[in-house]
Ligand binder design. Structure first.
Ligand SMILES: [Zn+2]
Length: 494
């Protein structure tokens, strides 16, 4: 009897001490971070953010953009955050893509629960001092919401509120829980009670359940709390943020109200407009990114399925409506940048052979089989076998009659794999990103856009292409080599 009690007590001690060591690590972290008393936090600093999905080739890191100053204002009680970034860009963009801008650019981003929005510039006719407009950004909500819960204080608060499980990992403690019943969060707390690393995943239409990993270092005293002075966040393996924190304010007023227009926002239905450029050649517009649908003897060739599955599905449907009773046999991807590649898995599910520059083969093979459990797409359900056809620097698709030439732009710093599409008989050139004619004909380009226009113009000359119509994959109109030549030669002088 006596030994039985002793054993039972021993077992109990082992069990609770095992639990308490790891729950204890969470409590130590909570104490050092001041989790119980911190309701709101303002963090300021500087560093860089990076244009995710816009690398020069599919194996390069994301292009770096200087962040002169950032301020994050967080309210943990309401699950809301305001992030202001002051970004700067010189006359030359870093190698790779990203929306061109020049000089200083202020971005103000908000999240509150499931709502996300950006502060937009007031319209040109707004009265002086008019309140800034809120531009709904629903697609950004998961990323921003998870960024809030991935901060060290957010992570520990989240762990305590969501019944986290803890596990010893050498001298460290691994903590995991789920946010919103959907998003898995994992973190590591070291022996000093510092949150070292937080891992989470959100849906990305191309790479699927995308790993976002934030590493915190340089812990020091900020207003009596032990907080990191440096954070690096990677997305899909490459840095997306690299920020050094210079100051922290504890419990400032952070009142973030969801604007009415954000709360009531209904995304517009995907709209595809078509313009016949030649017999059997259609320019598909109506959104931010355009495509081409080209009729061949017994099939259809589509160039670019951009943005996401909704747009890609609509583009493919429009192609079949304009060119009835023929299957879409080939989908050409102009280049690997995520905005233009967003619907590539939809094209794969369609059964089309994906035509791409040879440098993208390994990346697209990964894309074809990457898990999409957070937001399953068409390919995740159909699990279709994927066909990829690579081309070198010059390629050709033909049915014996119509010829579609593919040419890789050389000396083009926006991306190393840009295939422009040239129809020699129709004298049509399809090109994304290199030259987007300004809304007003003859208006000069901003300086960072000029080298791209010049590269396109140089390549047209190098290849001796006889282009009558340029169909850009952005903007609101087709253009000509004459306009391109002029834009390539004359940067804005400001
Ligand atoms: Zn691009």
């Amino acid at each position: 009897m006596r030994s039985y009690i002793a054993l039972a007590v021993f077992g109990f001690v082992v069990m609770t001490s095992g639990l308490s060591a790891q729950q204890g690590a969470l409590q130590t972290a909570a104490d050092k971070l001041g989790v119980a008393k911190v309701k709101t936090l303002q963090v300021t600093g500087s560093g860089a953010n990076f244009s995710v999905g816009q690398n020069y080739t599919s194996t390069d890191p994301w292009p770096r953009v200087e962040v002169k100053n950032f301020t994050a204002s967080i309210n943990y009680d309401t699950g809301s955050m305001r992030l202001e970034l002051l970004r700067t860009m010189g006359a030359v963009m870093p190698k790779g893509g990203g929306a061109p801008f020049y000089g200083e650019q202020r971005q103000v981003q908000f999240v509150s629960g499931n709502f996300a929005w950006n502060q937009a510039a007031p319209p040109p006719n707004a009265a002086a001092g008019a309140a800034p407009m809120a531009a709904p950004a629903p697609d950004a909500a998961p990323e921003r919401m998870l960024a809030l819960w991935a901060t060290p204080i957010g992570f520990v608060k989240g762990a305590m509120a969501n019944k986290a499980t803890t596990k010893a990992n050498g001298g460290k403690t691994d903590v995991s829980f789920t946010v919103g019943g959907k998003y898995k969060m994992e973190g590591t707390i070291n022996a000093q009670g510092q949150v070292e690393k937080v891992r989470t995943w959100f849906d990305q239409s191309i790479v699927g359940d995308m790993l976002v990993e934030t590493t915190y270092s340089g812990y020091k005293d900020f207003s009596g709390l032990q907080l990191p002075s440096h954070m690096v966040q990677t997305q899909d393996g490459y840095p997306a943020y690299d920020l050094t924190i210079s100051a922290v304010t504890v419990n400032p007023a952070v009142d973030i109200e969801v604007p009415q227009n954000v709360r009531n926002f209904q995304p517009a239905a995907v709209r595809i407009e078509s313009q016949k450029l030649a017999d059997g050649v259609y320019y598909l517009t109506g959104g931010t990114h355009h495509s081409l649908a080209i009729e061949m003897a017994d099939h259809i060739v589509v160039v670019d399925t951009p943005n996401n599955e909704a747009r890609a599905s609509a583009v493919l449907a429009k192609a079949k409506e304009l060119i009835p009773n023929k299957p879409i046999r080939f989908v050409v991807t102009s280049h690997h940048h995520w905005d233009h590649l967003g619907g590539i898995r939809t094209a794969m599910d369609e059964g089309a052979t994906i035509v791409t520059h040879q440098s993208n083969k390994a990346f697209l093979e990964r894309v074809a089989k990457t898990p999409h459990t957070i937001a399953p797409d068409r390919l995740a359900s159909s699990k279709k076998a994927v066909k990829i056809q690579t081309v070198g620097d010059d390629g050709r698709l033909t049915d014996g009659k119509r010829v579609i030439e593919l040419h890789r732009l050389q000396g083009y710093d926006h991306t190393g794999d840009m295939m422009v599409v040239y129809l020699p008989a129709e004298k049509i050139l399809g090109e994304p990103d290199a030259f987007t004619p300004p809304g007003q004909a003859g208006a000069p380009l901003i300086p960072p856009a000029v080298p791209s226009a010049k590269a396109l113009n140089d390549n047209i000359k190098r290849l001796k292409l006889n282009v009558e119509t340029i169909a850009p994959f952005h903007g609101n109109r087709t253009t000509t080599v004459a306009e391109l030549e002029k834009a390539a030669a004359s940067p804005a002088t400001n």
